[in-house]
Unconditional design. Structure first.
Length: 499
């Protein structure tokens, strides 16, 4: 209900529903269950139940997956879509009208040996009629010609690019936000059956999240909130982050220990922090292996008080305050949101290593808590969601306060921060309206208009309209939900979908 915003219904679906899609071309809502490998379809004419015929998206084992539905002009004519699986080497071909899987494509023969055990993110280029799928377990991005969607044709494996995939609203580019590699890859489609050229690799330090797009003359401004670690207890004396999800082990000096780097026990596969028994205190003081110079606290006998069984001698942990176990001292002043003028990049006006415009002070987020399978004091993946509303990009932040950070994408400047009473997890929805100054001659696709073109409205109206969910993990560091197959997702704790 647009006015009172109550929950109209709860629909029970399969376990671990993660990704959901408003498939407006069919007036339906599709949600994927990672627990049983099915899509559950809810017709918007009756949001109290799903169709009763879950769409299979697995061969043998259920995995995490995504849907590429028939939004593009050419694909919509066929009524077909595609789904991915992070644990099976197939693409699923879906008939959106009949709500069923009508084929599978095994891509094992297409990929380099030892790469791409599954796929995750997926995007479609209306320009070339190609789909792009992000490999899991290494392997970059796969490109397929789907002019005949029932018979995909392999085009290329882009081994040196990866990330979450998106088509720009004008259909001229496909981009991949490479969080781990600190890059925004920009692909330019060349035509059906022709390998898409990767023209630009924009350097975006700070582990960028997914992009939103704002029209700028004949191109777009792409803005991405940063997910980097801003805990000063994980920085060196020059302010460089030396410990985060992407690496925080191998402490070998007292300075490494002071910077929060962990010293692990190699005999545990670097899963448990290195400990010294009281009987080996002299080896610690001598800097003998395996302690070296990164176990200084265990030279003091008073630190041998770690809980042990009655028949065991006392032990001391060399680096108990490392990684996610370090004290929090977050400083968001040098982080925030990065915007890239894609037109300036693609025209050659701005070099790719100078195109990232950092909007400092636009907040930062707490680093992800470890999973059940993480190394002791390790990190989980860090997420920072955002939505575009008119010319503003609204992203969640935990520092300097629990807030929404609103960036003016037109001017690429921070407009305001809206403090929140709780710890935010994600921005879910911004009410759609026509883009200011739009007309019938706009070149945006209907999908782009519905999903991206939001009117520029008064700033406080935007603030009031944004719906924000509570962060499921408490500030005390409660263990986060484990992602399926090592992909960057968090799953709801209940197997229901709120309508």
């Amino acid at each position: 209900n647009d006015e009172s915003q109550p929950v109209l219904a709860k629909v029970r679906v399969g376990p671990r529903p993660v990704h959901s899609y408003g498939v407006y071309t069919h007036n339906e809502f599709w949600t994927h269950s990672d627990g049983d490998g099915h899509f559950y379809v809810i017709n918007l004419d009756d949001v109290t139940q799903h169709s009763g015929n879950p769409v299979v998206a697995k061969v043998t084992n259920a995995n995490h997956g995504k849907l590429m539905w028939d939004e593009g002009d050419k694909l919509s004519e066929t009524g077909k879509g595609f789904a991915t699986s992070t644990g099976e080497s197939v693409l699923f071909i879906m008939d959106l009208e009949q709500e069923e899987t009508v084929g599978t494509y095994n891509f094992t023969k297409d990929v380099a040996d030892g790469t791409c055990r599954g796929t995750h993110a997926i995007a479609y280029s209306s320009q070339s009629n190609h789909i792009f799928a992000e490999c899991v377990g290494g392997g970059g991005i796969l490109e397929y010609d789907v002019a005949d969607p029932l018979n995909p044709v392999f085009v290329h494996q882009h081994l040196d690019a990866t990330g979450s995939l998106y088509e720009t609203p004008d259909q001229s580019f496909v981009v991949a936000a490479n969080k781990g590699g600190n890059l925004l890859h920009i692909f330019e489609p060349q035509g059906s059956g022709v390998v898409t050229s990767r023209e630009y690799d924009v350097v975006v330090p700070g582990h960028p999240s997914t992009p939103t797009f704002y029209p700028n003359e004949e191109s777009f401004i792409a803005c991405m909130p940063l997910t980097e670690n801003t805990n000063r207890n994980h920085m060196d004396e020059d302010g460089n982050v030396v410990c985060d999800y992407y690496g925080c082990q191998g402490a070998s000096t007292p300075q490494d220990v002071a910077n929060g780097i962990c010293n692990y026990d190699a005999t545990t596969g670097n899963r448990q922090l290195l400990q010294a028994s009281l009987s080996s205190i002299q080896d610690v003081r001598d800097g003998a292996a395996p302690f070296g110079n990164a176990c200084g606290r265990c030279e003091d006998e008073s630190n041998y008080n770690d809980p042990v069984a009655a028949d065991e001698e006392k032990k001391c942990t060399c680096t108990p305050f490392c990684g996610s176990c370090a004290e929090e001292d977050y400083d968001a002043s040098q982080s925030g949101v990065v915007c890239v003028d894609m037109g300036a990049v693609t025209s050659g006006q701005t070099p790719v290593d100078q195109a990232a415009n950092l909007i400092k002070g636009a907040g930062s987020v707490r680093q992800g808590a470890p999973y059940s399978y993480s190394a002791q004091c390790g990190f989980g993946r860090t997420y920072r969601t955002h939505k575009r509303g008119g010319k503003w990009d609204a992203s969640v932040a935990h520092f300097p306060t629990n807030s929404l950070q609103l960036v003016n994408m037109e001017t690429q400047a921070l407009d305001c921060a809206v403090d929140l009473p709780g710890v935010p997890n994600r921005v879910i929805y911004v009410p759609p309206q026509e883009l200011e100054g739009s007309n019938d001659d706009d070149e945006l696709s209907s999908g782009a208009i519905a999903g991206i073109s939001i009117a520029a409205v008064l700033l406080f109206a935007v603030c009031a309209a944004l719906l924000v969910t509570k962060y499921r993990r408490s500030a005390s560091g409660q263990e986060a939900t484990s992602p399926k197959d090592g992909v960057e997702e968090q799953a709801p704790s209940e197997s229901t979908v709120d309508a």
